[in-house]
Ligand binder design. Structure first.
Ligand code: PSU
Ligand code: MN
Length: 347
């Protein structure tokens, strides 16, 4: 795979403008609950482009050993594109920012075990604290959990697959992913392929607006109406609030928000590569059935998303997997280029 393509640098004044900004923040240092790997710490310190990667997709998405293969692959996507990967999760009750291959294997192998949890913001104190009471948990961090830990470590860019959202029927269940509130309160930029249409996409965008989250979709030369993407499908029927053309623009937005000390996050939506995308109509009936089964089985709360995702995989006969892989690779590559461009602006 070639090192990422060069991007024409449109306007030099962008770089001049930035000098004024670098308000630096104290990052959380290692303690009994929080450990940044040496490689990631050095990279942050020397302002190299670092990309955060989540782990719920490994502990509650893909089975072992597919999950460790994907984890290793995504780290290599960051590296070949000139970045340093920081895979984030919880091992033995300690938040890890950056993991060695052995640590990644240990976490991914523990997928499905009773003490391997899906961890969002609310869970971090619980799993880390109970280590002191002799209970050892592993966990995959969701986008919310990963954003929070990335922010504490000083990482600003995060590449992932699909964002959680407002669930259909949330007007009575109140099931709204903590990913959305985290984006409202934590200044990390997330590159994802939007969210799956088992969620209520119009309400998800409404909620993000309420939370003050900037949402931009990569237009890649498309003119006019650009949809916010629906994971495997490039279209959702819902217009993206704003569009951007390339990674330089994404980096400029991040840099401006940081310089303005706006403390909410940003969402950059990258539609699934066209050659791997599944048309919206083809997915709609599978998704309807997956939701029906989730309702029937009573999978709610934190179990709802993993349940629906596994049903979709089953009902699509695995057809959704190549698209899943293509889009996450594309998102992680784009996140790395954004992190590189941000490093240029911050230099
Ligand atoms: N949506 C996907 N794939 C995923 C997830 C969501 O298409 O893997 C995972 C992510 O880790 C996300 C989490 O942060 O599920 C959201 O879960 P919940 O809806 O319970 O907040
Ligand atoms: Mn939920």
């Amino acid at each position: 795979r070639p090192i990422s393509r060069p991007i024409a640098r449109p306007r030099l004044h962008l770089q001049l403008l930035c000098r004024a900004s670098s308000a630096s923040r104290r990052y959380l240092t290692n303690n009994g609950f929080f450990k940044v790997s040496e490689e990631v710490r050095d990279a942050i310190h020397s302002k190299k482009p670092v990309v955060a990667l989540e782990t719920t997709i490994y502990t509650h998405g893909f089975p072992y050993p597919d999950n460790v293969a994907l984890a290793t692959f995504l780290e290599s996507v960051v590296r070949v594109n000139g970045g340093i990967p920081a895979t984030i999760g919880i091992l033995d009750g300690v938040a890890r920012i950056g993991m060695s291959p052995e640590e990644l294997t240990r976490l991914t192998e523990s997928a499905g075990h009773e003490n391997t949890l899906k961890l969002s913001r609310r869970d971090l104190g619980y799993v880390c604290g109970l280590r002191l009471a002799g209970k050892q948990f592993n966990g995959g961090t969701t986008i919310a959990g990963t954003m929070l830990l990335a922010y504490l470590a000083g990482i600003k860019v995060f590449g992932t697959g699909g964002l959680g959202g407002v669930h259909r029927g949330a007007e009575s269940s109140m099931d709204i992913s903590a990913d959305l509130t985290e984006l409202g309160r934590t200044p990390v930029a997330v590159v994802s392929s939007g969210c799956k249409s088992f969620l209520d996409i119009p309400r998800t965008l409404e909620f993000l607006e309420t939370e003050g989250v900037g949402v931009s979709t990569f237009a890649d030369g498309r003119q006019g109406h650009v949809d916010f993407p629906a994971f495997w499908s490039r279209d959702s029927g819902v217009k993206s609030p704003t569009v951007i053309n390339n990674e330089i623009e994404a980096a400029a937005i991040i840099h401006a928000q940081n310089s303005l000390q706006i403390s909410s996050g940003l969402l950059f939506a990258n539609p699934c590569p066209a050659e791997s995308a599944i048309p919206k109509d083809a997915m709609d009936s599978i998704i309807e059935e997956a939701i029906r089964q989730a309702d029937a089985s009573g999978a709610s709360g934190k179990d709802n998303t993993p349940f629906i995702l596994s049903k979709i995989k089953e009902l699509s006969g695995g057809k959704s997997i190549p698209a899943n892989r293509a889009l996450i690779e594309s998102n992680v590559r784009r996140a790395t280029i954004v992190a590189r461009e941000l490093a240029v602006l911050e230099a």
